[in-house]
Design a protein around this ligand. Structure first.
Ligand code: FMN
Length: 381
């Protein structure tokens, strides 16, 4: 691990290292950092954690603490999942593999994205940790079905259907850089890329590609054009979720839920968990946050399902807040991706180490010895 990564004290410092290393105001950094339109949802995600304060218990013996928990019945080192983020391969060569290894090292599940840049089968073979697949549903349904069948054959533990992408959010930073709609870069972006030789060395020596989708297309088809052109099916609906429930026998999660009635309906269809998320503020601008939705969902569903929440987790104390408010775990989006962009696997591992350390400190400082001690009375608005 380089000294700079090792010395990073928090996620913001890793973000700053990534910002300097990556082609910044245009392409790889902005793709991670940005949100839709005015980025109001992006800000809301942080605010909804900031609004919460702890009411710590005092004089509890916290000399022996345990951050471990179970997510979907299996162990995790602390209540977090490395969530699905597309295009990890533009942060670092073999970014998904690097991220999967960092997650395994930290004892957390890793959810690979449909638009990841490493083969599902390679990730299963080359990492020892828990692996989930996030599924976008293509207009060409047979492509989604084949990806799901491959994940099943490879032994992937859980499938996540993402439901908040009926159309692409208006991510203006990406439209400006040329990354969207179909990776046609203007001269300014190309110059910016050339001005970042360090990034070029770690990434462009093997051109990142959407290998999993590419494998399912006709030979010679342009995968970038395919992925860029309104690829996801806006007709996706509850009947489809029921169909996925029939097809996929292992754990199934619905990601992109922000209302108790939708959460109820998903549980009625037989999902194993609901994932409260506004896609990190990248889709609907001015949506509520996952944390905003958490109380109504927990009130409606209690412990009938696994509730995961994401959006804006940058400190270990955020994880503690989410769990105290009733989530089984948080999902991490940008936090480990900033680490990946700062220093590959070592950077992602550092991000997870920072969050675990902060989570453990929060346990101690709020008078908790275990995840089970994180109860709603610890939190006030
Ligand atoms: C760069 C990036 C790529 C993403 N790609 C996907 C994806 O392919 N599929 C998906 O379901 N969510 C995707 N997301 C959303 C994340 O899974 C997660 O919901 C969100 O990032 C959480 O917010 P946070 O980044 O503030 O932690 C992406 C997010 C980012 C930042």
């Amino acid at each position: 691990m380089t000294r700079r990564i090792e010395n990073a004290l928090n996620i913001d410092e890793l973000r700053e290292i990534a910002r300097r290393r990556l082609p910044r105001f245009r392409f790889a950094f902005d793709y991670v950092d940005g949100g839709a339109e005015d980025e109001a949802t992006l800000s809301r995600n942080r605010e909804s954690f900031e609004e919460l304060r702890f009411r710590p218990r005092t004089l509890n013996d916290v000399s022996k603490r345990d951050t471990a928990t179970r997510i979907l019945g299996q162990p995790a080192a602390f209540p977090a999942i490395v969530g699905p983020t597309g295009l990890n391969g533009i942060q670092w060569r073999d970014g998904d593999l690097q991220m999967a290894r960092a997650a395994a090292g930290a004892g957390l599940p890793f959810a690979m994205s449909t638009v990841s840049m490493s083969y599902i089968e390679d990730l299963v073979r080359e990492t020892s940790g828990r692996l989930w697949l996030q599924g976008y549903v293509f207009r060409e349904r047979q492509i989604t079905d084949r990806l799901i069948d491959r994940a099943d054959a490879a032994g992937v533990e859980a499938l996540i259907i993402t439901s908040d992408f009926p159309t692409a959010g208006k991510r203006e930073r990406d439209l400006r850089s040329g990354l969207l709609p179909k990776q046609e870069f203007p001269l300014a972006t190309k110059l910016d890329i050339l001005l970042h030789p360090g990034w070029l060395l770690t990434v462009a020596t093997r051109k990142p590609r959407f290998v999993n989708v590419e494998r399912e297309l006709e030979p010679g088809a342009n995968v970038n054009a395919f992925v860029g052109h309104g690829m996801f099916d806006p007709s996706l609906n509850w009947d489809d979720l029921a169909r996925f429930r029939e097809r996929w026998k292992r754990k199934l999660l619905l990601k992109g839920v922000l209302r108790a009635d939708d959460a109820e309906r998903a549980v009625g269809i037989g999902v194993d968990g609901v994932w409260l998320s506004n896609h990190g503020g990248r889709q609907m601008d001015r949506a509520v946050s996952g944390m905003d939705a958490l109380p109504e969902v927990v009130a409606a569903l209690g412990s009938r399902t696994t509730v995961i929440v994401d959006g804006g987790v940058r400190r270990g104390s955020d994880i503690a807040k989410a769990v105290a408010c009733g989530a089984v775990a948080v999902a991490l989006g940008r936090a480990p991706v900033y680490g990946l962009g700062a220093g590959g696997q070592a950077g992602a591992a550092r991000a997870l180490e920072i969050l675990r350390d902060e989570f453990d400190r929060t346990l101690a400082l709020t008078g908790c010895r275990s995840v089970a001690d994180l109860t709603p009375d610890l939190i006030t608005r």
